[in-house]
Design a protein around this ligand. Structure first.
Ligand code: NOJ
Length: 556
């Protein structure tokens, strides 16, 4: 295995950590997290082993959608700091070997963005065509993102008597990407943040951004051509810029977002279909939904890949499952009405859904970190934080980080009523779940995650290699093999609470002499002479193995 080759295409062996500056650590005691606080915790993140931070929106914003409603793409929300603080963060992170990517929200602006204020001032405003207008509302495009709050994707602007398109809330008017002036502004933003040192972008709502339904008359050319040219532009500025797209769409369209064969659009896409079927598999304690999804997903082009995750900052969307499948996941992980959202999602976090720290939670993390692709961890999941269901809708999972059992979980010294968002309480509150206590406990979830992340980075076969499912006779067992430059790793996960025994095909020739290194625990394994290995996995057991051919040195 040529490890030196993993120094290109950094995203293929990255471990990405998503955080919101606003809720991470309050450095100045005003109740709001800030860049100063985050900079103090960079060594914590370096110790955890993550290699890339994804910063949720930190731009000036009226904050009606937690910063996904941007009023200035070239600024920093002054509650969080200023450009100096931003640059210090990027520099400090880079010094510790951590890259920074930022959220790029191009589908829409805030209705308080000066472009929209100008656009809605009069029909002949030069900024009018920055947005999408019609004389009559339409039932296209189909689908409402937030059905609890909106009933249409078109909103009447009373003063000018036309309707504007908004795929999300009505205060988030959609930008008209067909307009060359809008595209120029976008290129300017991408160039600006690259110049400040970011390594790439998490692109919000990509399919919505590119869709033509209901607006075809305003758009010329293939919108994917624009995405291709944006990627080319970003890579001209900084050769290894990574674009990671939020693409929760149907199977048949996914490949197009990488860019057909040559992968010249998004370097990475969040694997939403995989995520939804992973939760179905966990609910059923049966590997089949996960296996079927992996078989059906398009193979990303060689330089591209999937970003895998257990949970993110939104609802756990189950919108691509069938109704009965969704009900199974609801019954297992969201039995109460208040845990559900929009009829298709759950507003809970990983640890609380999986019963807190224990074999099942650790198995789920081990599975996620070994799936083909690049893992993305949501802040606080490394210590097993839970949600606060008293906070409305998706915000229930975006609670402040729990650093200690001090007041406000050590997040802020401000009075609790002044916090940007309330803390979690109960079994998952800071008294029970916090970084300081888990640092001291050798077998805590935090220390275990740190070891798992280290192993993941030492096993580039998972991110770079070709992956194959291993057939076994045990329905609860998910087993796969990843092969990269002749080096083989095998992972097996028991999704059920019952022990299983099985035989794994190691992917070597019959009679070939191999040794097996257990990558996670001190276990000895004796492979058969027929290229197989018998294993027994306890309830929610898991293992990662490297198959070492005769004469090959153990890596560690
Ligand atoms: C997806 C983001 O993840 C979500 O939080 C946001 O509300 C919408 N896009 C709109 O920007």
């Amino acid at each position: 295995m040529r490890l030196d080759q993993t120094s290109d295409l950094w995203w293929k062996n990255a471990v990405i950590y998503c955080l919101d500056v606003e809720t991470y650590l309050d450095g100045d005691g005003d109740g709001v997290g800030d860049f100063g606080g985050l900079i103090r915790q960079i060594d914590y993140l370096a110790g955890l082993g993550v290699t890339c931070l994804w910063l949720m929106p930190f731009y000036p914003s009226p904050n009606r959608d937690d910063g996904y409603d941007i009023s200035d793409y070239f600024g920093v929300d002054d509650r969080l700091g200023d450009f100096g603080d931003f640059v210090d963060l990027v520099r400090t992170a880079n010094d510790r070997g951590i890259k920074v990517i930022v959220d790029l929200v191009l589908n829409h602006t805030s209705d308080e963005h000066p472009w929209f204020e100008e656009a809605r001032a009069r029909r002949d405003s030069p900024k009018r065509s920055f947005y999408v207008w019609r004389d009559e509302p339409s039932d296209e495009p189909k689908g409402i993102a937030f059905p609890d709050r909106e009933t249409s994707n078109w909103e009447l602007d009373e003063d000018t008597g036309q309707y504007y398109l908004h795929r999300f809330y009505r205060f988030q008017p959609d930008l008209n990407l067909a307009n060359a002036a809008v595209r120029d502004e976008i290129a300017k933003m991408v160039g600006f943040w690259l110049q400040l040192g970011v390594a790439g972008f998490r692109m919000d709502a990509v399919p919505f951004m590119l869709e033509l339904d209901g607006i075809a008359e305003q758009v010329e050319g293939d919108p994917h051509g624009w995405l291709r040219s944006l990627r080319a532009f970003a890579c001209r500025r900084t050769g290894d810029t990574m674009l990671l797209g939020e693409v929760n769409t149907g199977l048949k369209d996914l490949a197009r977002f990488f860019g057909d064969e040559d992968g010249d659009q998004l370097n990475m896409q969040f694997a939403f279909l995989l995520n939804q079927n992973l939760w179905l598999a966990l609910a059923r304690e049966d590997a089949e939904p996960l296996e079927a999804t992996i078989r059906s997903l398009p193979q990303p082009p060689p330089d591209n890949g999937w970003a895998t995750f257990l949970r993110n900052h939104d609802e756990l969307s189950l919108d691509k499952l069938t109704g009965p499948q969704r009900e199974e996941v609801f019954a297992a992980f969201g039995p109460e009405d208040g845990m559900r959202l929009y009829g298709h999602g759950l507003r809970r976090r990983t640890a609380s859904m999986l019963g807190g720290d224990g074999p099942r939670l650790r198995m789920a993390w081990s599975l996620m970190l070994s799936l083909p692709g690049t893992p993305v961890i949501f802040m606080g999941d490394e210590i097993g934080m839970g949600e606060n269901l008293d906070i409305p809708d998706r915000m229930s999972v975006r609670v402040p980080m729990q650093w200690s059992d001090d007041a406000n979980g050590g997040f802020s010294t401000a009075p609790a009523k002044e916090l940007v968002r309330p803390m979690t309480g109960g079994a998952f509150g800071p008294a029970k779940v916090n970084v300081a206590a888990q640092r001291r406990e050798p077998d805590s979830l935090l220390n275990w995650m740190e070891r798992l992340i280290r192993r993941r980075k030492e096993s580039p076969e998972f991110g770079w290699g070709a992956s194959e499912l291993i057939e076994t006779t045990e329905p609860a067992l998910f087993a796969h093999r990843c092969v990269w430059q002749g080096s083989v790793v095998v992972a097996a996960h028991n999704l059920s609470g019952e022990s299983v025994r099985c035989t794994l095909e190691l992917g070597v020739q019959k009679g070939e002499k191999v040794q097996i290194d257990d990558l996670l625990e001190e276990r000895r394994h004796e492979p058969g002479t027929d290229g197989t290995l018998d294993v027994e996995l306890g309830p929610y057991g898991y293992l990662w193995l490297r198959v070492r051919r005769q004469g090959e040195r153990a890596l560690s």
